[in-house]
Design a protein around this ligand. Structure first.
Ligand SMILES: [Zn+2]
Length: 268
């Protein structure tokens, strides 16, 4: 199967449940399956991008902080997909380009790439946290139509941008989850129709103090929606699972081998 991963930066589990009516409709009608995910520590972006794509905790993949700029050095989804002849694509923040394509990022050379020798073969990268989510989702939708990638990463920054500026205890942050939900309602049906399994999750959450990085539930708990192309989900499992299961789950959905480094089992 092909996979779209929507990694909404700083999407809290509880806010998604309250504010994302389209996704929750798919769960309520058992056209999808929902879990809560207990995120790894520290609850920071670059370390968690790597955790989500390697199934490894920070001390094992070595991307300890946002300031650590280098390519991934352990087995990851993009690498395993490309080595097995699959096509990869991402509309994402430029830290993804640094982790899987080239570090440091060259804004002119690396912002838009179509190169089968790269791990992210079709990349559309942005650098400002204020980059509009609508443009990001449309760039991803265009990649899906043009290249039919086997693995497509969609990485909007809107929740994180608002959370960092006004905090998560605000109408702005909460309402933006609904904005993303509406953007998804306009794109997910097409992706399902094209045979994709769509996963929606977050890298970490957001506190009322405009921050993340700590250990509390608000910054640690993120949702995981799994939407199969043929329906037939389990609804809300009310289970809490480890974030380390996301990578092996994606590889299993793609029909790719799970490397020995990923020790947590894929979700059934
Ligand atoms: Zn983040």
């Amino acid at each position: 199967m092909k996979v779209v991963l929507v990694l909404s930066d700083a999407l809290r589990d509880d806010i998604a449940a309250e504010r994302m009516g389209f996704l929750e409709h798919l769960i309520e009608t058992r056209q999808g399956t929902r879990y809560s995910v207990r995120g790894e520590l520290p609850t920071l972006s670059r370390p968690m991008y790597e955790t989500v794509h390697t199934g490894l905790p920070v001390t094992e993949h070595g991307i300890y902080s946002n300031q650590l700029v280098r390519r991934s050095s352990v087995p990851n989804i993009f690498e395993i997909a490309v080595r097995n002849g699959r096509t990869t694509a991402a509309a994402a923040h430029f830290w993804f380009s640094e982790l899987y394509n080239r570090a440091p990022f060259d804004p002119i050379e690396d912002r838009e790439v179509d190169d089968p020798s790269l791990l992210i073969q079709h990349g559309r990268f942005y650098f400002e946290d204020s980059f509009p989510d609508q443009d990001l989702f449309l760039a991803a939708a265009s990649l899906a139509r043009k290249f039919t990638p086997d693995y497509l990463l969609v990485h909007p920054m809107g929740m994180d941008f608002l959370g960092d500026s006004v905090g998560s205890a605000t109408a702005e942050y909460r309402n933006h989850a609904t904005v993303q939900d509406i953007l998804l309602a306009n794109l997910v049906p097409e992706w399902l129709q094209r045979g994709y399994v769509v996963l929606v999750t977050g890298d970490h959450g957001m506190s009322a103090d405009h921050s993340h990085g700590g250990t509390t539930a608000d910054v640690r708990m993120v949702p995981l929606y799994i939407l199969p192309p043929v329906g037939g989900g389990q609804g809300n499992t009310r289970e809490t699972i480890s974030q380390l299961r996301v990578a092996p789950t994606i590889l299993t959905l793609l029909g790719l081998p799970v490397p020995e480094t990923m020790k947590h089992p894929p979700i059934d």
